[in-house]
Design a protein. Structure first.
Length: 311
C-alpha cells in the first residue's frame, strides 16, 4: 500500500509499520513470547490435517517462530517467507522474498500451504490479501492464519480512551481495530476459499503493571500505526493517567494486571472438485426416518399459501 492510494483503503500507515518492525527486530526475542505462543497454536492445527503440504509460504514473516513451530509437521519440505522488512526476511527462512502481505510476488497455484501468524491485522486491504493468498495456492491447498481479534487489548483501549477524555476532553485512535470473529469466515468466503472456518482462542497475559504491557507491545513492533493517529510521542501525563485507570479498573490483589488477547484462527481451502459439497435441497436419496430407524407418521396437514407445515 503506497501513500498515493485512497484514504478509504488507508487505515494503517504501512511505512510506520515497517519502521516499528525494523526497530523491534533488534530485541524481538525479549518480547515475542505471545507471538511464539500463537505460532505454536497455529502449527498445532497442521497435526489435524490428514495430508501433506510439501511447499509452504509464510505470509508476513515476523521472525523464525512459525517456521520452527511447523518444522517436521504435515510433510513440509520447502518453506518460503514473504516479509515486509529486510530484518524479518533475514530471520524468516532459507528462502525469503521482500514483499508486502498485500502484494504477494508469486505466480498462481504454486504452494500447498499458505500460513500467516500475527501479521494480517496490519493489512489495509484484508480481502485483497486473502484473495492473493488463495490464488497462489494449488487446488485443494490449505490457508491457515492467526491474527488478533476484536476483543484484544480491551482493557488498554478503554483506559486510553478514558485518560484522553480526562486530560484533553477528546479521544483519538490509540489502538488498532481488529477483525471481528463474526466477519472472519465471510472474508474467507469472499476471497474464494472453500470450507471456510473461523474460531477463536483467548489468551490472558499477566503483567506487573500497565507500563510493562506497553513496553512489550513496543518490543513486538505492535504500537499504534493507524493512519489517523496523533503524531508525536504519547504525552507523559496521558500515559500515566491511562496506567492509573488501567490499574484501578483491572488490578489484581497482588498488584499485577491482566491483558486480553483474542486470537482469531482462519482456515480455508483453495477450491477443488474433490472437496465435499452441500447437496441441492430435495436431492436426498433416503428419508430421515430410515436413517434414524423410526417410523414416519403423516401429520395430515398440508402446507399451502399462508400456512406452514406442522412441526
Amino acid at each position: 500500500m503506497n501513500e498515493t492510494e485512497t484514504d478509504t483503503l488507508r487505515i494503517f500507515d504501512r511505512p510506520a509499520i515497517r519502521a516499528h518492525r525494523e526497530r523491534a527486530a533488534r530485541d524481538l526475542p525479549a518480547h515475542d513470547f505471545l507471538m511464539r505462543e500463537v505460532a505454536d497454536r497455529l502449527a498445532d492445527r497442521l497435526d489435524d490435517m490428514r495430508r501433506s503440504f510439501p511447499l509452504a509460504l509464510e505470509l508476513g514473516c515476523r521472525g523464525p517462530a512459525l517456521a520452527r513451530a511447523a518444522a517436521g509437521r504435515a510433510g513440509i519440505e520447502g518453506w518460503t517467507g514473504a516479509a515486509p522488512t529486510m530484518a524479518a526476511a533475514r530471520e524468516a527462512a532459507p528462502l525469503a522474498a521482500l514483499a508486502e502481505e498485500e502484494a504477494i510476488p508469486f505466480v498462481e497455484g504454486v504452494f500447498d500451504l499458505v500460513i500467516s501468524s500475527f501479521a494480517l491485522h496490519w493489512v489495509n486491504d484484508l480481502p485483497g490479501a486473502l484473495l492473493q493468498a488463495r490464488r497462489c495456492l494449488k487446488p485443494d491447498g490449505l490457508f491457515l492464519a492467526a491474527l488478533p481479534g476484536g476483543d484484544s487489548l480491551i482493557e488498554l483501549r478503554a483506559a486510553l480512551l478514558e485518560a484522553e477524555a480526562v486530560i484533553s476532553g477528546g479521544a483519538s485512535p490509540r489502538v488498532s481495530p481488529f477483525v471481528d470473529l463474526r466477519d472472519a469466515a465471510a472474508l474467507l468466503q469472499r476471497a474464494g476459499f472453500a470450507l471456510p472456518v473461523a474460531d477463536v482462542d483467548t489468551i490472558t497475559v499477566s503483567y506487573s503493571d500497565p507500563l510493562a504491557l506497553m513496553r512489550d507491545l513496543r518490543g513486538m513492533g505492535e504500537t499504534n500505526a493507524m493512519a489517523a493517529r496523533p503524531r508525536g510521542f504519547l504525552r507523559r501525563d496521558l500515559l500515566l493517567e491511562a496506567a492509573r485507570i488501567y490499574q484501578a479498573r483491572h488490578g489484581e490483589p497482588d498488584g499485577r494486571i491482566p491483558a486480553t488477547f483474542q486470537i482469531v484462527f482462519l482456515t480455508g481451502w483453495a477450491p477443488d472438485a474433490s472437496q465435499p459439497r452441500a447437496l441441492r435441497p430435495g436431492s436426498a436419496q433416503a428419508r430421515l426416518a430410515e436413517a434414524l430407524g423410526s417410523t414416519e407418521i403423516e401429520s395430515g396437514i398440508k402446507a399451502g399459501p399462508g400456512r406452514r407445515g406442522a412441526t
